[in-house]
Design a protein around this ligand. Structure first.
Ligand code: AMP
Length: 391
């Protein structure tokens, strides 16, 4: 019994064949540069990786090549006992508080939500349409926004004219919800408590923070779109919206140019010229001023969010780091926790320095807050949600 998980982007398709109970990723792959001249596919099964370089016309072409790879390199899908296909969908608007079986109505809602998720939902639909033709099993959409559907109004509502907000469905939907849900649930299991006050820091190329009380998200840093909040690889996170008016009026920048500036040319890339945290660290070590400033701004914003969420929840039991930077950057964790030391938060630096794929506690026994590293696994979370919905 397995689940095929598909994360279809505008020019890429990530896929995993997952055994949802054990959590084993049986096969993993990525189709890149769809429709862009030369495309790439990597498919890994049983420790062997196959790489293909060839033009990939569209998503249908990409997925049918993936099917060929499964049949040639294994595992054979006919023997894989796929029960359900789980699709990642970034924007579910206010419609989905959990996963949904993809019926024509659900598909239509995902399409109607394209204006709120212009970079993601159209791409997801391509993957969904092709996969539904290829796999005659139930297909389930798992929404990044679902975990944040229950945000209290005071966290979800922007203080703008409410008639305008209603007309255009403007509110804070959040993103990375599948990861925040997965990680906060794991923390509850590790600590054996359901009524925790938690902060989860998902620090990857995209980055977001959430505040979770007794399993319910009460705040998150991403908003209408994944642009709001923390400093990210290439996204600015929070800015004064008046910067946009100023650049449009004084800098003659178009809406598209501003979109590109804030989503693709800002964050670490904007300040240091690199969006990859490892590269920024390397530059900073060699005395690059831009990289050093980028790290200070990144940390400053992060610590501000931790303080804000701690206060909003009226306490904090667990603070968890996840995703590429959160799981791997011991220096960042150490520096962040040092800033929290006036509040009694302490980590064991030896534990902090250990690299591992396992969830673990890195705080000391006498720390006021339990600090953890919990590797995120969005594919497994999607597989489990899809499986539990159909069963
Ligand atoms: P993700 O989006 O979760 O895949 O995370 C990607 C980010 O994690 C990139 O900015 C990487 O530079 C960062 N990352 C991966 N390994 C490390 C590391 N050892 N130290 C710092 N950042 C890392």
């Amino acid at each position: 019994m397995t689940v095929l998980v598909i994360n279809s982007g505008s020019s890429s398709i990530k896929y995993q064949l997952v055994e949802p109970v054990s959590g084993e990723a049986i096969a993993v792959g990525l189709v890149e540069r769809i429709g862009e001249g030369t495309g790439y596919i990597t498919h890994t099964y049983d420790g062997n990786t196959t790489e293909i370089t060839a033009p990939i016309i569209d998503h249908g072409d990409g997925l049918s090549r993936v099917l060929d790879l499964f049949n040639e390199k294994g595992p054979r899908l006919a023997d894989a006992d796929i029960e359900v296909v789980g699709h990642r969908v970034v924007q579910g608007g206010k419609h989905f508080a959990g996963p949904a079986i993809i019926t024509p109505e659900v598909r239509q809602i995902i399409e109607d939500l394209c204006p709120l998720g212009p970079l993601h939902n159209p791409a997801h639909l391509k993957g969904i349409d092709v996969a539904m033709k290829l796999f005659d099993v139930p297909h389930v959409a798992v929404f990044d926004t679902a975990f944040f559907q229950q945000l209290p109004d005071e966290a979800a509502v922007y203080a703008i004219d409410k008639k305008v907000a209603q007309r255009h469905a403007i509110r804070r939907y959040g993103a990375h919800g599948t990861s925040h849900h997965f990680v906060s649930t794991q923390v509850s299991e590790i600590l054996g408590k359901n009524n925790l006050k938690q902060i989860v820091l998902h620090l990857g190329n995209g980055a977001s923070a959430s505040a979770v009380v007794a399993g319910r998200a009460v705040e998150t840093s991403m908003g209408l779109t994944p642009l709001e909040g923390l400093v990210m690889g290439s996204r600015s996170g929070d800015i004064d919206p008046a910067i946009i008016f100023h650049l449009a009026r004084q800098g003659n920048m178009s809406i598209d140019e501003l979109d590109t500036l804030l989503n693709k040319q800002s964050g670490l890339r904007g300040l240091a010229g690199e969006n990859d945290m490892r590269a920024v660290r390397e530059m900073a070590v060699h005395g690059d001023d831009g990289a050093q400033l980028a790290l200070h701004v990144y940390k400053h914003r992060l610590i501000s969010y931790i303080g804000s969420y701690w206060t909003l929840m009226g306490g904090l039991d667990a603070l968890t780091f996840t995703a590429g930077v959160g799981e791997n950057d011991a220096q960042l964790r150490s520096e962040v926790i040092k800033r929290l030391s006036p509040f009694g938060v302490k980590i064991d630096e030896d534990k902090n320095a250990v690299r591992s794929k396992e969830p673990r506690i890195i705080s000391t026994e006498d720390s006021s807050v339990t600090v953890l590293i919990v590797p995120t696994n969005e594919e497994l979370a999607i597989a489990r949600q899809a499986m539990s919905l159909i069963s």
